[in-house]
Each structure stands twice: as structure tokens, then as C-alpha cells.
Design a protein around this ligand. Structure first.
Ligand SMILES: Nc1nc2c(ncn2[C@@H]2O[C@H](COP(=O)(O)OP(=O)(O)OP(=O)(O)O)[C@@H](O)[C@H]2O)c(=O)[nH]1
Ligand SMILES: [Mg+2]
Length: 330
């Protein structure tokens, strides 16, 4: 049986081959496991990935066993329309944000360094789910280098900062500097994910929390002056809910993906279960995402798109838009 490996899987495999550390290897293997098509033809590949992961985890645990009791999960397999890793200084509201937008069991406390491990949760946005991942604080006391490999495998970052904190700007600069040392750059828009020197460019949405607290609005103005051009910036209160309404939509837009609905001739499309593709994907990519053989036999497609005639006949290199309906003809 053919394996029908997807471009996402191929990319993850390439990352694995190019990985320099065990943590990068584990991150890439997790990604391979998440993207490998799950059917009989790939059982051997799946087993092989799991085996390699197990060995690497054992190796890592041995290395950290002296003193450290808990085992840390270094990566979270991607689920849904995309993965946004929530990072930030201690007490900045990372876990509160997860608690607000997802049903994930998070620990929220008014003392620092509450969260020690990665905790994913799913945030609904219209007809898709977006994965948010809570993480330990990034601060001089607790900076975990493995966090940068987790960042590399995320689709974007959400950087929470406490607008009421007097250390607001220092905290941000610490994180920016530290990530830069580990070849991770936070940017508003990424042209490419990893450049020739292995530096990762990650789209970052900065979220100012504690908007309900006195003085927060003044700090927000300062923040907008300094970082407004560099990052996407929003502000909210996770206590009152003020400013939270547009967060899911903003994250979805930052992920730069499109939702495409499949349709079979003579039947209405199923809009509850879109295929999620990177923005810029073509009809061919869409077909390939469903089944490699389908892509091979593809002759043309009909699409139903905003501002276009219904059932328009298009070629395989046609670039799909968000919420297009696509009927493949072989
Ligand atoms: N008033 C107010 N309090 C908030 C807001 N967001 C978070 N908090 C409080 O700030 C404290 C820290 O919140 P957490 O969500 O635990 O912060 P964290 O970033 O996960 O902290 P660590 O895991 O320790 O790094 C808690 O007491 C929260 O209730 C907000 O928008 N407004
Ligand atoms: Mg926390």
C-alpha cells in the first residue's frame, strides 16, 4: 500500500534529518507523528517514529535525572487549524489566557512560576479549533532552553505581558534577547520560518493582560509606541473579559491558513469539517492533502468562492481562498 506522505510530513522529516540536538530531533519526530497519514500503509513508519522518540526520551531523562524528578513533555503534537504557543514572563497571565479561551485544566495562581510544563488546549473559532499551548515562565530565574525548540515547532507565538507590572519593558527585552541568543526571532510577519543560518522567525502576537488594573492603559500606550510596529499587539483583561472578543479571530488570521470545503458533484458541501491549508495553497495541494492518487489524476476543479461565478472551472494551480468550496474532477 502506498504511504501517501504529505508535504507537511516531508518537511518534518527534513527537520529531523537536519536537527542538531536531541530536543530538536524529538520536536521533529513529534511533528512527523502528527502529520504522518494514519493508515495501514504507514504502520511501519509510525512504529519507527515512536521507537525513535522513546529512545530519545529515555536518553533525555537519564541526562536530567540527577535532581530532577518530574519528566517534562518537550513537545505537543499539533492539532486543529494551527498551534499557538503562549509564552511570557512569570505571572503575566499565560495560564489565565488558556483558561479563558479553552477548557484545558490549567493552574492559575498569584505567585510566580506556577506552570512547569506544556499544557495544550483547543480554542474554538467559527468552524475550526486552534491549539493554544501554555508554558513555563521565561525569566532569568527559570529560563528553560528546551522552550526554544518548542517554539521552533509552533506555528506562532502569543507573548503575554502584564500591563500593570513595573518590570514590563525589562521582561520583554529579557525574553527577546534570550530568544535571539537561541536563534529565535519574534516578528509581526514571517517571510520564511527558518533562514539559511537556522534562525527561526516566528509570528508573534503580543497580548497585554491586566487591562482592568489601574495604570494598565498608560503602560499600553508606552508599549504601543515601542513595539507597535514590530509586533501585533492587543490588550485585554482576563478577569473581566474586556478586549477578549477579537482574540480567536486575530490568532486565526495570524496563522495564515485557509479553510476549504470538499464537495461531490450534485451534493451540497459539508461546511462543518473544512480542510485547513497554508494560505497560498492550490487546488493541487488541496487534492494532495486528501489523497495523493487524487492529485495525480486531477484534471480540473470547480469552485464556489466569494465574488466569483458559482461552479467556476479552474486549473490545478488555482490558488484557493478562505472558505472556498472545491469540487475535484479527475
Ligand atoms: N486583574 C487581573 N488579574 C489577572 C489577569 N490575568 C491574570 N491575572 C492574575 O494574575 C495571576 C497570574 O496569572 P497566571 O495565569 O497564573 O499567570 P502565568 O503567566 O501563567 O504565571 P506562571 O505560570 O507562574 O508563569 C493570577 O492571580 C491571575 O488571576 C487580568 O487580566 N486581570
Ligand atoms: Mg502559568
Amino acid at each position: 500500500m502506498p504511504a501517501n506522505l504529505t508535504p507537511d510530513y516531508m518537511a518534518a522529516e527534513l527537520e529531523y534529518k537536519q536537527a542538531k540536538t536531541n530536543q530538536e530531533r524529538m520536536a521533529a519526530l513529534e511533528k512527523m507523528l502528527a502529520t504522518v497519514p494514519k493508515h495501514k500503509g504507514t504502520e511501519k513508519i509510525q512504529a519507527d517514529i515512536k521507537n525513535k522518540l522513546k529512545k530519545l526520551r529515555e536518553l533525555e531523562e537519564k541526562g536530567t535525572a540527577k535532581g530532577a524528578r518530574r519528566s517534562i513533555s518537550y513537545n505537543v503534537p499539533r492539532e486543529g487549524a494551527g498551534q499557538a504557543l503562549v509564552i511570557g514572563p512569570a505571572n503575566s497571565g499565560k495560564s489565565s489566557l488558556l483558561g479563558f479561551f479553552t477548557k484545558a485544566p490549567v493552574e492559575i495562581a498569584d505567585y510566580p512560576f506556577t506552570t512547569h510544563r506544556l499544557q495544550p488546549g483547543m480554542m474554538p473559532y467559527q468552524n475550526v479549533q486552534i491549539q493554544l499551548v501554555d508554558s513555563p515562565a521565561l525569566s532569568p530565574e527559570t529560563f528553560e532552553p528546551w522552550m526554544t525548540s518548542v517554539m521552533r515547532s509552533a506555528d506562532m507565538l502569543v507573548l503575554t505581558v502584564d500591563l500593570a507590572s513595573p518590570a514590563l519593558l525589562e521582561d520583554i527585552e529579557f525574553i527577546r534577547q534570550k530568544l535571539r541568543e537561541h536563534k529565535v526571532e519574534m516578528v509581526s510577519k514571517a517571510v520564511q520560518k527558518v533562514d539559511g543560518e537556522g534562525r527561526a522567525w516566528l509570528k508573534t502576537l503580543m497580548v497585554g493582560t491586566h487591562l482592568d488594573v489601574d495604570g494598565a492603559k498608560d503602560n499600553l500606550e508606552v508599549l504601543a509606541d515601542i513595539y507597535g510596529k514590530e509586533f501585533l499587539l492587543m490588550s485585554m483583561s482576563l478577569k473581566t473579559g474586556q478586549g477578549t472578543e477579537r482574540f480567536p479571530e486575530t490568532v486565526f488570521q495570524t496563522l495564515e491558513v485557509v479553510r476549504v470545503y470538499t464537495k461531490t458533484p450534485g451534493k451540497p458541501p459539508d461546511k462543518s469539517d473544512p480542510v485547513v491549508l497554508k494560505a497560498g495553497s492550490t487546488v493541487y495541494d488541496f487534492a494532495e492533502g486528501i489523497h495523493k492518487q487524487l492529485a495525480g489524476h486531477l484534471k480540473f476543479a470547480r469552485i464556489w468562492s466569494k465574488n466569483k461565478p458559482d461552479g467556476l472551472r479552474v486549473a490545478r494551480d488555482y490558488v484557493l481562498e478562505d472558505e472556498d468550496v472545491c469540487e475535484l474532477h479527475g
